[in-house]
Design a protein around this ligand. Sequence first.
Ligand SMILES: *Cc1c(COP(=O)(O)O)cnc(C)c1O
Ligand code: SF4
Length: 341
Amino acid sequence: MLTDTPREPKTGARSGAERWRRELAGAVREPAELIRRLGLPEALREPAERAARLYPLRVPGPFIARMRPGDPEDPLLRQVLPVAAETAAVAGYGADPLAEQAQRTGSGVLEKYHGRSLVLAAGGCPVHCRYCFRRTFPAGDEGGWRSALAHLEAAGAPAEVILSGGDPLLLDDAAIAECLQRLGRLDGIRRVRIHTRMPVAIPARVTEALVRHLARAPLQAVAVVHANHPHEVDAEVTAALGRLRGACSAVLNQAVLLRGVNDDAATLAALSERLFEAEALPYYLHLLDPVSGAAHFDVDADTGLRLWTELAHRLPGYLLPRLVREAPGAAAKQVLTPSGP
Ligand SMILES: *Cc1c(COP(=O)(O)O)cnc(C)c1O
Ligand code: SF4
């Protein structure tokens, strides 16, 4: 394999940890740099810089390496490059589409659905997805998981605790280990679920130490990763998901249905196939949350259902994600199914 990154000494977890930290710290934050690296038209720069003032650009090297140089339409680039459309106000798109701010307990726990508490474990993400429903939220506090655990320890735990964020795998391995041990001691808990884009954004984050902590955790672990397009799952990501699979009871994927990225049945089918090769199963295909700045990604529910139906005709049931939408105040995510026979 050709690589332009320095070779790592093969000394296991230690060098792995250093590599993911370097890749995280080295994430591209300047539109001009992304444009230069990919040989993109200079005209993209000014609107990108303007949109990045509302929500900064952030994309790590391993993710950029999977983009096609010189292609402004690249489906991975589209997910991260700020564009002029983000700065337009669109009716129906707001700052907090899921009314989540009101549901946050002071301790960083979202208790929205029965039996599952979602912990805002870490502030920030390794990559800034332009369609993110949290793009307008103030960055969380990095130590949020400690107050969240204190809350669960005092108030009682549900069957499943979901570590989300931001991205919980921004925490270091020692913090993850402590978190898993403390969760395992809670009465009534059965599982921990980790919602993370890290194995896709920076696959080196799946270190030997992380895998060991997950495998030895005193409760079952489920990883839910996030890839939207088959090009996101390259050989390195496949290897990282394989390592995770060795330590977790399941590795699942959630994707967002995005116009210009994955809004055709062939791409969605290829994504499911790639995920399965990487030992991950498709879980959810989300309709876009109406967050301001993301309207240009919207695929309406009827189109979503038509694509999903086409997908259902192509794939075995276990490779078919559920098409869902989040409705503020609802007791569960709303699963969309075609009406009629
Ligand atoms: C999506 C979500 C969950 C998990 O829902 P599942 O349908 O179990 O995947 C839990 N809490 C919150 C706040 C969520 O948004
Ligand atoms: S990784 Fe998830 S939470 Fe983070 S910016 Fe992307 S969509 Fe949002």
